[in-house]
Design a protein around this ligand. Structure first.
Ligand code: DC
Length: 223
């Protein structure tokens, strides 16, 4: 008997429910969990901290290559700073899509993501380009979507839960801007992999979405 590592790739736009669903799938299966968006956010936090030029792609590539990213339990550290909370704040949210366009930066991130995943074994990985670029051979690929107003509504609830009072219209505009940049960038844009299963989460509960993914995993395991 031998065991082949299972990779479950979950991609989709902001607010489609990726993090909640991916964490729950990982918990139910006892798998590792990798949030690649948190990695892009951490490098963006470092770019803002060091006042890097967000439009200088080479400088961002160097910064990503030199930054030391660590995952400890559910915390993310960059160059020794625990940025778990700070990366969720609006300043990082506004800059992250711009920073994430840089091809040199993405190349470093993909290497780091593959290294981290290799250490974690069976794993659920969430992001924008996991099924297309980072793990094109993932055993299970899911593309989560939801209507734009519903995605904004979820983000507002999340931010208010953190004590941030933010206008729904501003959140909707930020999400729309991020969608535009993430889907329109030259290198590894946000797009559904041809062999991914698309799930519209607008009118579905978290439990329903998790169950659909667990069924896909079970089908894959018996193939
Ligand atoms: O999942 P998130 O909202 O935390 O991701 C933040 C940003 O990071 C997203 O708008 C674009 C970028 N990102 C990316 O380019 N590729 C990934 N695999 C994950 C995130």
């Amino acid at each position: 008997m031998y065991h082949i590592t299972m990779i479950i790739a979950i991609d989709g736009p902001a607010g489609a429910g990726k993090s909640t669903v991916a964490k729950e799938v990982a918990r139910r299966l006892g798998y590792g969990y990798l949030d690649t968006g948190a990695m892009y956010r951490a490098v963006t936090w470092n770019a803002l901290r060091t006042q890097a030029d967000l439009h200088d792609e080479e400088a961002l590539g160097r910064l990503a290559g030199e930054s030391r990213l660590e995952l400890r339990d559910s915390h993310i550290l960059i160059d020794g700073h625990d940025v778990t909370e700070a990366i969720r704040l609006p300043d990082v949210g506004e800059a992250v899509s711009i920073v994430s366009r840089a091809p040199q930066m993405r190349a470093h991130m993909v290497i780091k993501q593959r290294e981290m995943a290799a250490r974690l074994g069976d794993i659920v990985v969430e992001g924008r380009d996991i099924g297309t670029v980072v793990f094109p051979d993932a055993e299970v690929k899911v593309f989560l979507t939801a209507r734009a107003d519903e995605r904004a509504r979820r983000r507002v609830i999340e931010l208010r839960g953190k004590g941030l009072e933010i206008e729904a219209a501003a959140v909707e505009a930020e999400i729309a801007a991020r969608d535009r940049i993430d889907s329109g960038r030259r290198v590894s844009p946000l797009e559904k992999a041809a062999d991914a299963c698309e799930i519209d989460t607008t009118d579905k509960s978290i439990v329903d979405v998790v169950d659909i993914i667990l069924r896909l995993v079970a089908e894959c395991s018996t193939r």
